[in-house]
Write a protein that binds this ligand. Structure first.
Ligand SMILES: Nc1ncnc2c1ncn2[C@@H]1O[C@H](COP(=O)(O)OP(=O)(O)OP(=O)(O)O)[C@@H](O)[C@H]1O
Ligand SMILES: [Mg+2]
Length: 523
């Protein structure tokens, strides 16, 4: 009973004296409280006090509350209530409130020894119960855990190997011990690091394959911990989580991902090919639409050529072919051939658009390209050229030569209308006007779009003509001056670049054709 600490709660000095002497003579340390609250305060301060002797009448009925409060504070504290022989009811009530034992007053040494012995037995029994259930829990934990758990002592002897570990390897504990010892002999293997009893390195989530009885291998994620020991070197705890399936799944997933990438790649290239075909088909459809126009356009000059040739032959046969007649008719043939050639040039541009070959195009370059082709010619026609193109214009995605062709077409139309207007003014005897071709470029819609416009001070376009100007082969020019393809081809090119052509025109004052394109790297 030595080293036990007890608390006595009683309001009588004599009881404290008596119990104190008895208990101290039995080697116990005694704390004394003269009221319930005082006793509780001592319990709080001294958790090592495991037994309380309390008088049921110490502070009237409230003392019974103390029993309840002690039990609420720590149910494992053993409470022995004391009452005189004629106060049995208070004692019973205290027992109902949770007191563990009772002691009759005045206290006799023999009875005191008896209750104290019982308290010890009771506490031991409870401790044992607690330990047994803890052990049972640990055993169940060890054997139901879906991880391999092994304990090695400092010499490498296998102290413990849980059921899962034995099942996984299909080895008994004894066999497993030999297998583990074998790992350590092969220093180059990862398992030797894990199972070496002399290594104090603590590993976490190390991957290593564990061989099993049937020769197959399982992939485990290993962790090791050193076990503390009070005497000499401690052993080590080894935990292995079977991640074979997880690793297989991960590997599969990786292959799937790679396959997926392949599939996505091939699908996108299929799509790219499809859209190329679509563009091609769309172009063919438009071509079909204008095929009739082309037939007509070609037939007519061919007729002119064959009739002229026949005429030359006839004149020759009749000996009426003079040099002048011959040269005049040959010129006619020459001009007609030129016209056909122009049409063919237009059509070639139309056929060659392929968005797959688009690259970054600076519109200012296209403007300068078009000006270098036409600028001189236009100036000779006494037309002023104004160029308002900012240097920091965003680029567009496209084909440079196509962009240049659009601008050339627009500039040619601008020149034509201004020359036509001059001729009309001359004819009417009116004074000539200044002819000005303006090329302006800029950004729109918060830099998402870029535009370049060609303005003229020409005749303008009448309302009833406007709806037709983009139609293939629509022209108001004399047959030998225009094919009527310029705007149709230009609008096609711009559309294929994802843009539009806007038109503003005031009859008699001039027109502005504005090409609007999506800017590259839109923000
Ligand atoms: N700037 C302009 N001012 C007035 N009319 C225009 C202007 N641009 C085009 N047009 C009208 O639109 C028609 C069609 O133009 P488009 O460029 O397609 O063919 P074209 O100029 O007649 O012939 P091509 O360009 O093949 O030599 C012109 O004939 C003209 O009537
Ligand atoms: Mg034209």
């Amino acid at each position: 009973m030595e080293n036990r600490e007890l608390l006595v709660i009683d309001d009588e000095e004599s009881t404290h004296k008596l119990l104190g002497d008895l208990l101290r003579s039995r080697g116990c340390t005694v704390h004394s409280a003269f009221s319930g609250p005082h006793g509780l305060a001592i319990l709080h301060r001294h958790p090592q006090v495991r037994v309380v002797l309390a008088d049921v009448r110490t502070a009237g009925v409230r003392n019974l509350d103390v029993v309840r409060e002690i039990k609420a504070h720590d149910p494992t504290v053993h409470v022995i209530v004391m009452a005189s022989a004629h106060d049995k009811s208070a004692m019973l009530q205290a027992m109902r409130l949770g007191a563990d034992d009772g002691l009759e007053k005045p206290v006799r040494a023999a009875e005191l020894d008896e209750v104290l012995a019982r308290s010890l037995d009771e506490r031991l029994r409870r401790r044992m119960q607690g330990l047994t259930s803890e052990l049972e829990f640990t055993r169940q934990l060890l054997d139901t855990a879906e991880v391999l758990i092994a304990e090695l002592d400092a010499e490498g002897r296998l102290v413990r190997l849980n059921e899962f570990g034995q099942r996984l390897m299909n080895f008994s504990r004894g066999e497993a011990e030999g297998v583990f010892a074998g790992f350590v002999r092969h220093l180059e293997t990862r398992l030797s690091r894990i199972f070496d009893p002399h290594s104090t390195e603590e590993l976490t989530a190390e991957l290593a394959e564990l061989p099993t009885r049937d020769g197959t291998k399982r992939m485990l994620s290993w962790s090791t911990r050193n076990l503390p020991s009070t005497d000499g070197p401690g052993g080590k705890l080894i935990i292995g989580m079977d991640v074979t399936e997880q690793k297989q799944l991960e590997a599969k997933l990786k292959t799937y991902n790679l396959q997926l990438e392949d599939i996505v790649e091939s699908r996108s290239s299929e799509l790219r090919e499809k859209s190329r075909q679509l563009i091609h088909t769309a172009r063919l459809a438009t071509l079909g639409e204008i095929a009739a126009g082309i037939a007509h356009e070609m037939k007519q000059p061919l007729n002119v050529i064959s009739i002229t040739a026949d005429l030359i032959k006839l004149l020759q046969r009749n000996r009426t072919l003079t040099d002048d007649l011959l040269i005049g008719n040959l010129d006619k043939i020459r001009n007609t051939v030129n016209r056909v050639a122009t049409t063919i040039t237009h059509l070639q541009g139309f056929i060659h658009i392929d968005s797959a070959t688009f690259s970054s195009v600076r519109l200012q370059d296209a403007v300068d390209g078009a000006l270098s082709i036409l600028g001189e010619q236009i100036r000779l026609d006494d037309i002023d050229i104004v160029r308002e193109v900012p240097a920091d214009l965003p680029s567009v995605q496209g084909e440079y030569t196509q962009m240049e062709q659009v601008l050339v077409n627009l500039m040619l139309n601008a020149r034509d209308t201004m020359l036509e207007k001059t001729r009309a003014l001359e004819k009417a005897g009116a004074p000539p006007e200044v002819k000005r071709l303006t090329i302006r470029a800029g950004r729109r819609d918060e830099s998402r779009e870029v535009f370049v416009e060609v303005s003229d001070t020409g005749a303008g376009i009448p309302e009833d003509v406007k709806p037709h100007i983009f139609e293939p082969f629509f022209t108001t020019k004399q047959a030998d001056r225009g094919t009527g393809l310029g705007l149709s081809i230009s609008s096609n090119i711009v559309q294929l670049h994802g843009g539009t052509i806007e038109l503003e025109s005031l009859p008699g004052r001039g027109s502005t054709f504005r090409v609007v394109l999506p800017a590259e790297n839109r923000s």
